[in-house]
Design a binder for this molecule. Sequence first.
Ligand SMILES: [Zn+2]
Length: 335
Amino acid sequence: MGHQWSVSSAACFPWGICRRVAQYGDRVRNPWPLDLPSRIDRAAERRESTDLESCDAIVVRDGRVLTADGRLVELAPDAQPSASLRIYLGRDGDRDLVALVPEDPGFGADPDGIGGERMRGLRDLLAGFWDRGAEGERDHELASTAVAIANWHASHPRCALCGEPTVPTSGGWVRRCDNDEREHYPRTDPAIIVAITDPVDRLLIAHAAAWSPKRFSHLAGYVEPGETFEQAVHREVAEESSLALSSVEYLGSQPWPFPASVMVAFRAVTEDPEALDLDMDEVSEARFVTREELAELVRTGEVILAPKGSVARRMLEDWFGGVLPEPRPDATVDV
Ligand SMILES: [Zn+2]
C-alpha cells in the first residue's frame, strides 16, 4: 500500500512556496549558508587516476596559502614551483585542482614579490573571504582543505606503529607504510564551542589565559574519545567555568585547521550565572554582558572578538541580532 504524502499548509505561503524554517544565522548577513554541499566537488573517485602534475595548483606551506589581494592564487602547471608534495583537492567546474607544497621553504615569503603575491595565514584571510560572499566561500573551502591536509602530512611523516617513514598515495589522501603495508588516513580533531546565555539573555564572553590580552570569545574545548559532542559541551563548560547548562542546541560547524580541528558550534543556557567559577589555568576572565555592553566594549577597543568569517563570530552576531560595531578610530586596538 502506497503512502499518501501531504504538505502541511502551515508550512507554505499561500502562493505555494514552502517556507524554510528559520535557521541559525538568518538574523544577520549570512553569505555562507551552513546547510549547503561543498562548492568544490572533492571527486574522491579521481584521486588515484588524476595526473597531479597537470592540474592547476594552490600553493600551501606551514598553514599559509599563496594569495594576491586577499584572493587565492591558482597557478597553471608551467607556472608552478617545484613541489615536495601534491594533494588532489577536486573538481572546480571542468578543472582539477591540487594543493602544492613547494620545496623551497622561502617560496612566496617576499611581500614585494611579483604581483604582490605572498603566503598568508588562513586566519588572516577569513574576514576578506567572508566579505566576498560565495566566491570567498569557495576560496575558504579550498584554502581550509589545503591547509588541513598539508598540516597532516607535515606532522605525520612516519608510521605510528613501526616508526618507518610513510609515503603519500591516493592523491595525497593516504600515507602508506611500505614496511608493514599499513595505510594511515588524515585525521580531524573535533572541538566544541558554545555560546552561553543566562536567564535574561546576557552572553558569556571569556578570555583564555593563552590569548592576547583583550581577546574574548566563547568557551571551547576538544572532544574526548568516547563522548558525544553534547557531553563535551557540558564537560568543558563545567571544567572551565563550573556552569551547568540546559537547552544545548547544535548550530553548525566550520573547519578549523589550526592545526587540525573542526569547530562544532552550540548554544546553551545556564539558569545559574552566579555559579561562574573559573579554572584560572585555562580561562582567566569571563563575564556575562548585555548587547549594549558588548557593543560599547567593542567600540572602545576594550574587547577584541573573533574575526568575521569564523563560526565564533557568527555565534556572537546571531545572539547580538545583527552585525557587531567596529572599533572607533581612536580606540586602542591590540590584535
Ligand atoms: Zn609501519
